[in-house]
Write a protein that binds this ligand. Structure first.
Ligand code: ATP
Length: 234
């Protein structure tokens, strides 16, 4: 049984349709990457799963139960947490206060709590009483990931966590992923950097114009197939 499955998922903003029947599966303990050009629908897919956008109930199944119509707090309570594009930290709160926000509404008896998040990202412990706005972009991204982990998710959704960050910082952030995987969590990352996506993910879905155009195991996808799925055949 897949942990998460989307079945013919559609999504619209008013009259504009952004997703046209997206089918993906995420197995327990799997890391999945969603790649695709700007506007392909990757963020819309993540926001649909996270309950930020409402969908047909049966178009998203989690542990075989329909969750497509649930709101974001109910989704978090089920064990799905999102690191949103642009981090969306609370600017008036410190690092530690931002992390504690993530604990709201979810079980606290899993592997993630303040100490283990500080163990994952030691720099956050040093800066625990600093306002989040005073952090570097990379540190802010660590807070956003830590905040999502504080809800002890079984499924972690990460939307463009490397956007705007220097390669060395991106490497530091992705270095945390094996530890997150060790807890048994499944991970879905949206990633513009194809090489990074292939490196971290077991399987990849490529999207274009609201549809999945390619899927497969990272090791099996050729550069040409990805190029065609990403940009179209021409
Ligand atoms: P990016 O890498 O730019 O974030 P993406 O693959 O995540 O791209 P989405 O953000 O999901 O793509 O956008 C899919 C389509 O939906 C785009 O054409 C976009 O312009 C449109 N769209 C996204 N958000 C809205 C919105 N709030 N209102 C109207 N249209 C939107």
């Amino acid at each position: 049984m897949a942990l998460l499955e989307t079945r013919g998922l559609t999504a619209s903003y008013g009259d504009f349709q952004a997703l046209f029947g997206v089918d993906i599966t995420v197995g327990a303990g799997e890391t999945i990457a969603i790649i695709g050009a700007n506007g392909a629908g990757k963020t819309t897919l993540m926001r649909s799963i996270a309950g930020v956008l409402s969908n047909q109930a049966a178009s998203i199944l989690y542990r075989d139960e329909p969750i497509g119509a649930l709101q974001a707090p109910d989704i978090v309570a089920r064990g799905i947490a999102m690191v949103p594009e642009g981090r969306k930290l609370f600017p008036s709160l410190t690092v530690e206060e931002n992390l504690l926000v993530g604990r709201y509404g979810r079980r606290t008896d899993g592997p993630w709590h303040l100490d283990s998040v500080y163990g994952l990202f030691p720099v956050l412990k040093e800066r625990r009483n600093t306002p989040s706005t005073a952090l570097s972009g990379g540190q802010q991204q660590m807070v956003a990931i830590g905040r999502a982990l504080m809800s002890n998710p079984e499924l972690l959704l990460c939307d463009e966590i490397s956007l705007g960050l220097a390669p060395v910082i991106v490497r530091d952030i992705y270095a945390a992923f094996p530890r997150i995987r060790e807890t048994g969590a499944s991970i879905v990352i949206v990633e513009q950097d194809i090489a990074q996506a292939l490196k971290v993910a077991d399987r990849v879905y490529c999207m274009m114009e609201g549809r999945v155009t390619l899927s497969g195991r990272s090791a099996d996808l050729t550069r040409d197939a990805i190029h065609t799925a990403y940009f179209g055949a021409d």
